[in-house]
Design a protein around this ligand. Structure first.
Ligand SMILES: C[S@@+](CC[C@H](N)C(=O)[O-])C[C@H]1O[C@@H](n2cnc3c(N)ncnc32)[C@H](O)[C@@H]1O
Length: 230
């Protein structure tokens, strides 16, 4: 992963961050299937890793309009899909019904800044595409990683993606503090290797893989980390 020079930082803009929930809802309303209906490349990679390791239940964070939720469910995984944006529960539920996958998917509204709505050691794996790099401060990401450690069973696998400091949008647009920049109303927290390793504390960091997506292209990293067996 390339690492750009760190631009000067400013305090976290809590007011701008608070507006993201509604911004995502409005964006999804205006753009049905914003990211398309095909599963993303990291969903394909995660499903392969889950199959290879006999992981059967998956907690998806920031599921959006469900392009990856449906794919994971079609692979036979029991998916719990969470997202903060109003409307996403209805969107994913409707798609799940249409696909005949209701028995495989549970969907709920949830803000990742709050404790995860699952009990300890209750799920095999977690998957999230571009949730960690949303408008979440480093402290909130630390708490989310701790929550994942709590709800995943020993040996549980986390696969997440995030946009990185190699991305063309890093250090540009409106700074929102703590490595976050806003472009077109979307606030993104850009990850570097140090942040990835920091959030992997208490996990075994298995793999960090660069990839691109979309037309910019967005430059991202796919991170795999495992809860130790004991
Ligand atoms: C870049 S989109 C990715 C959506 C989906 N994973 C995909 O790849 O199609 C990020 C998603 O994270 C959700 N999100 C942003 N901040 C969140 C938060 N604090 N808690 C839960 N979801 C959040 C947004 O509503 C949006 O659906």
């Amino acid at each position: 992963m390339e690492t750009a020079a760190t631009p000067p930082q400013q305090p976290v803009d809590a007011e701008a961050i608070a507006g993201q929930r509604e911004h995502w809802a409005a964006t999804f309303e205006a753009n049905p299937d914003m990211y398309g209906t095909d599963p993303s490349a990291p969903a394909l990679a995660a499903a392969e890793a889950f199959a290879a390791g006999a992981y059967h239940s998956v907690l998806e964070l920031g599921a959006g309009q469900g392009r990856d939720t449906l794919y994971l469910a079609r692979q036979g995984l029991q998916v719990t899909a969470l997202d903060i944006a109003p409307g996403t529960v209805e969107i994913i539920s409707a798609k799940t019904r249409a696909a005949g996958l209701t028995s495989m998917v549970t969907v709920a509204a949830h803000d990742m800044r709050e404790p995860l709505p699952l009990s300890d050691d209750s799920i095999d794996a977690s998957y999230s595409h571009m949730l960690f790099c949303m408008a979440l401060t480093t402290g909130e990401l630390e708490r989310l990683a701790l929550e994942l450690r709590r709800v995943l069973r020993p040996g549980g696998l986390v696969v997440y993606t995030a946009r990185t400091t190699a991305d063309a949008h890093y250090g540009t647009g409106t700074p929102r503090g703590d490595g976050m920049y806003e472009h077109g109303g979307f606030i993104v927290h850009f990850f570097n290797r140090a942040l990835i390793e920091h959030l992997a504390a208490g996990f075994e960091l298995i793999d960090v893989c660069d990839f691109t997506e979309g037309e910019l292209p967005r430059r991202l990293v796919r991170v795999s980390m495992r809860v130790p067996q004991s």
